[in-house]
Design a protein around this ligand. Sequence first.
Ligand SMILES: Cc1cc2nc3c(=O)[nH]c(=O)nc-3n(C[C@H](O)[C@H](O)[C@H](O)COP(=O)(O)OP(=O)(O)OC[C@H]3O[C@@H](n4cnc5c(N)ncnc54)[C@H](O)[C@@H]3O)c2cc1C
Length: 182
Amino acid sequence: MDLKSGYPYWAIKNGLMQAFPKLDRDVTCEVVVIGGGITGALIADELAQNGHEVTVLERRDVGWGSSAASTALIQYEIDTHMTDLAARFGEADAVSAYRACAQAIDALEGLADAVGDVDFARQASLYYASDEGDLDSLRREWEMRRQHDFDADWLTPEAIASRFGFEAPGAILTPQAARLDR
Ligand SMILES: Cc1cc2nc3c(=O)[nH]c(=O)nc-3n(C[C@H](O)[C@H](O)[C@H](O)COP(=O)(O)OP(=O)(O)OC[C@H]3O[C@@H](n4cnc5c(N)ncnc54)[C@H](O)[C@@H]3O)c2cc1C
């Protein structure tokens, strides 16, 4: 069995869902958004919803950049721990960045409802330490999130094994996540 291929999963599962014509004439608009991935699409949608005339320019096909490679998990956790953000920018700003990401999950759920025919579901997310060396920083991360009322549980190795069937020295389990397939 081939476990790897050069194609993102979504490209194989859903194919090219939307094709847009080449820009072959001058257009006039208020705002040009460069790039038709998830970032450009959400910015363009927000601007258009607020009455602006927007053109999205994409040099390939829309949604064919790294957006097509996503595992479809929507988390409030960004790639930098809250503890690391706090060390760099202060705790208040770190918490507010995480809170904005958590609120974005609700906003995306609303958008999925409005668009319709979108496979959106709330889904817990598990963030585990792959070895003992990562355990302390993960535990500190969980403590800071709990201190600021983020809904997150700490799982011991026993809890991870019984609930998820694999071994890890510790994990943060958060119900505040989702999956999304358009
Ligand atoms: C393997 C993998 C798994 C991931 N899993 C997850 C996940 O589970 N959950 C999650 O939230 N995130 C995940 N991510 C991250 C997520 O996919 C990206 O953060 C997100 O898709 C970035 O979207 P984007 O619109 O900024 O970029 P892109 O989707 O890359 O879109 C940028 C677009 O801009 C276009 N462009 C660039 N320059 C120009 C130009 N000059 N003119 C015209 N067009 C231009 C590109 O062609 C591209 O289509 C994953 C990423 C990868 C690679």
